[in-house]
Design a protein around this ligand. Structure first.
Ligand SMILES: Nc1ncnc2c1ncn2[C@@H]1O[C@H](COP(=O)(O)OP(=O)(O)OP(=O)(O)O)[C@@H](O)[C@H]1O
Ligand SMILES: [Mg+2]
Length: 404
């Protein structure tokens, strides 16, 4: 009997040992699986967040740390939408309602990073089976959205340029005929003084129309092949063309050409840009002054691109702060009947086509204003940080000794 009892106990012991082993195995397996899952969630570049129905965060992966700049310790236990200052595309209640009904929601949110920067996120929310937690997978798409917006804007500009070019071309021929007719009319022997004065006024207005079509056409006109352009040569051409006006307006010209690196492109287009900038500078210095034209190599650090900077600087009336935002808009002009307001818009369109940038600023000082229009054109190949010298301000450039 004692033997039977002992055997029974032994069997039970073995059985319970086996069960304990099995359970331990199971636990190790599930712990390994859990760790693996957590590691997988950390590898994901998306922000993966789990929060309860009160919005309190219980899980925050490495992707979330990277996306928002907040660590796991910062985030756990916080209310997700207050913490990240979420803005929903539709009312928040609607999002929660949809989540409750369909157990899933997909949309775009705007949230804040730790440094205050607002970012746009592609967000997927899934409710768990127990209805007590929500898994959120968020991807930062801010740069994609910005790039799309820029592309749309440049496509719009290109399309506008094409339409404007076609219209200008169509208008140009009848315009030339009308100009000739007015010329004949003005000199007609039967015309008395009063109608002659009216004809002259009409001719002046016609001049303005011609100016608009010329500007628009030159924007659209394309040469066959891009070529190497040496900015000093091109700028000398422009200054030569403007020489009469410069002399008449008593403007001294300073040129400093520190770079001969070429830019690849169409000379007619770039000539157009600098004719506009020099033209504006001359118009801004009705009482005379100094025009600076400087060329140097530089780097656009936002794109890590080496290129050429041309600065056109004047000591004229300056740009009013309230106008600064609008200078590059089409038809913005402060010159009443003398300007069409297309010059800078066209110039910016051309420069953007070269993947370049045009910026301007006026520095107001005791000695007067200095206005600088700066054009960056990417040109030379590899980036060479060693030779990069960032050493100028508009006033520094004007005070520098002239090379010519
Ligand atoms: N160097 C400058 N100094 C002061 N204001 C300037 C200068 N360059 C441009 N502006 C301002 O920017 C406006 C827009 O210039 P933009 O060249 O586009 O047109 P515009 O010169 O008026 O006409 P146009 O189409 O004949 O060039 C000007 O009317 C002027 O107010
Ligand atoms: Mg102009």
């Amino acid at each position: 009997m004692a033997n039977t009892e002992t055997r029974k106990i032994d069997r039970l012991n073995t059985e319970s040992d086996r069960r304990v082993e099995e359970r331990a195995d199971e636990l190790t397996r599930s712990e390994t699986q859990f760790k693996m899952r957590a590691r997988l969630l950390d590898i994901a570049s998306e922000a993966i967040i789990v929060r309860d129905m009160n919005g309190l965060i219980s899980f925050w992966n490495a992707g979330a740390e990277k996306t928002y700049g907040w660590t796991r310790e910062d985030a756990i236990g916080r209310n997700i939408h207050q913490f990240l200052q979420t803005t929903f595309p539709v009312p928040h209640e609607q999002v929660e309602k949809e989540l409750g009904e369909k157990r899933f929601w997909h949309g775009r949110l705007t949230q804040s990073k730790r440094n205050g920067e607002r970012i746009i996120l592609d967000c997927r929310k899934t409710m768990n089976d127990e209805n007590d937690a929500v898994l959120e997978v968020n991807r930062d798409i801010t740069t994609v959205i910005k790039a799309e917006e820029m592309l749309r804007a440049s496509e719009k500009l290109a399309a506008m340029g094409r339409v404007a070019g076609i219209i200008a071309h169509e208008i140009n021929n009848p315009l030339a005929a009308i100009t000739n007719i007015f010329y004949l009319l003005r000199n007609h022997p039967l015309l008395s003084d009063e109608p002659r004065a009216l004809v002259e006024r009409a001719e002046q207005e016609l001049d303005r129309v011609s100016h608009i079509t010329r500007q628009t056409l030159s924007f659209y006109r394309e040469s066959k092949q891009p070529i190497m352009i040496f900015m000093p040569e091109l700028l000398d051409d422009v200054l030569e063309l403007q020489q009469r006006l410069l002399r008449e307006s008593k403007i001294t010209v300073r040129r400093i050409y520190q770079s001969t690196a070429p830019v690849t492109g169409y000379p007619s287009e770039l000539r157009q840009v600098f004719m506009n900038l020099v033209g504006n500078a001359i118009q801004a210095m009705a009482e005379g002054g100094t025009l600076g034209v400087f060329v140097r190599e530089s780097t656009d650090w936002t794109k890590n691109q080496r290129g050429t900077i041309v600065s056109v600087i004047d000591t004229g009336m300056g740009i009013q702060p309230e106008d600064a935002q609008r200078l590059f808009q089409p038809f913005f002009s402060t010159k009443s009947t003398k300007g069409t307001g297309l010059g800078l818009w066209i110039s910016q369109g051309i420069v953007q086509k070269y993947d370049g940038r045009i910026t301007c600023r006026t520095i107001r000082g005791k000695g007067g204003n200095v206005t600088c229009f700066r054009v960056f054109l990417p040109g030379i190949g590899a980036l060479d940080r060693a030779h990069h010298v960032e050493n100028d301000t508009a006033s520094h450039e004007l005070n520098a000794p002239a090379a010519h």
